[in-house]
Design a protein. Structure first.
Length: 364
């Protein structure tokens, strides 16, 4: 059987499996409105996605993933609880590795509106685990809610905490902001001059930016409001560093989290949710004692995961593949649902990488 035929066979098998889990099949359009994705991810998405300009319909984007259009379709229908599956191509530019495909198939499983998020997290994780059960994969998990609740509990201004949360999926930018808000990073001369200027645009060159002048003025005013606010303390900086560096099996990580909670109580809710999720995973036959947790895992993923995140990795003769990945994205439903939020969690599998694993003789 040819490689393409094997990929199609895996695609059909996985799609059929998720339908047997109770999911409805859904197929969003290839072309998606670009403004929604640009609003979600900012202009950075242009470097990763294929865009076209339609004279009648405006800027369009070849879907870079399925989750956003599936959420849109679900929230538009005003449904509460539902499960969906899909199987089709997504499209992403590859700037660094010419060997990585710019189009490939994803098979996914998305769950909306479950009353118990911990049970839904466990359901999705267990379903993907069973779907690739022949693959001896390394599993990595995390929870973005740990770091997010830690930031929310800082003794800092609301504007500063909002800025940190906005950039939490950009680790380098997130760290720079922390260094700046703690006073570890000195203010640049240009920033000092900007904040002290009577006229924001005095001495500026031609206006060529994508943001309007009003947007720029509002941003500068926000910076001025934050300028005199107290710095994040060294104690809280050390706590955040400890939390972000947590990486071990769950029993070890939870013990450390409980110790940190005495000084940063805002993470207590995240810890409780993790513990309920572990109970639900154990009930589904998942051995959580050896399951790995990394607090920073998910920071470089698509910028809608705000809770449980996971990935299944497989080493082969050609390298390490991220065969399956997923997570929770409640906030995305609120963003696309005009303020109406539903619990939502999902995951995707790459059939082409399963085929690579089988061809590399690592399928058990």
């Amino acid at each position: 059987m040819s490689r393409d035929a094997e990929i199609m066979a895996e695609t059909q098998r996985l799609h059929r499996f998720f339908k047997e889990c109770g999911a409805l099949s859904i197929e969003p359009d290839f072309l998606q409105p670009a403004d929604i994705l640009l609003d979600l991810y900012g202009e950075d998405i242009r470097a990763r996605a294929y865009l076209i300009s339609d004279p009648l319909r405006g800027e369009k984007m070849l879907r870079p993933d399925y989750t956003v259009p599936v959420v849109q379709a679900h929230m538009k229908g005003r449904a509460n609880s539902a499960r969906y599956t899909y199987a089709g191509k997504v499209f992403r530019k590859q700037e660094k590795d010419i060997g990585r495909p710019s189009e490939y198939i994803q098979v996914g499983y998305e769950c909306f509106g479950d009353d118990d998020p911990a049970q839904a997290d466990a359901d999705v994780f267990a379903a993907l685990s069973e779907a690739i059960s022949g693959l001896d994969a390394r599993v990595q998990t995390g929870d973005m809610n740990v770091l997010m609740t830690a930031v929310s509990g800082l003794h800092a201004s609301d504007d500063r905490k909002a800025a940190l949360l906005r950039h939490i999926w950009r680790p380098k930018r997130f760290r720079i902001l922390l260094e700046r808000f703690s006073g570890r990073l000195p203010k640049s001369e240009s920033r000092t001059a900007l904040l002290s200027a009577q006229d924001t645009f005095q001495g500026s060159g031609p206006f060529i930016g994508l943001r309007s002048k009003d947007e720029i003025k509002e941003r500068v005013e926000q910076l001025r409001r934050n300028n005199p606010t107290p710095l994040i303390s060294e104690t809280e900086m050390d706590l955040l560093t400890e939390i972000s560096q947590l990486c071990d099996v769950y029993p070890v990580v939870l013990s450390k989290m409980h110790d940190l909670m005495t000084e940063l109580p805002s993470i207590s809710q995240a810890i409780e949710r993790i513990e309920r999720r572990l109970e639900a995973l154990e009930a589904r036959g998942i051995d959580t004692q050896l399951l790995s947790f990394e607090a920073s895992y998910g920071q470089t993923s698509m910028e809608y995961y705000d809770g449980f995140v996971f990935g299944f990795y497989k080493a082969s003769q050609k390298g390490v593949y991220l065969v399956a990945t997923g997570g929770r994205y409640d906030a995305l439903t609120r963003h696309l649902g005009n303020g109406i939020e539903l619990p939502a969690v999902g995951g995707v599998i790459r059939p082409d990488l399963l085929v690579e694993a089988k061809r590399s003789a690592v399928w058990q």
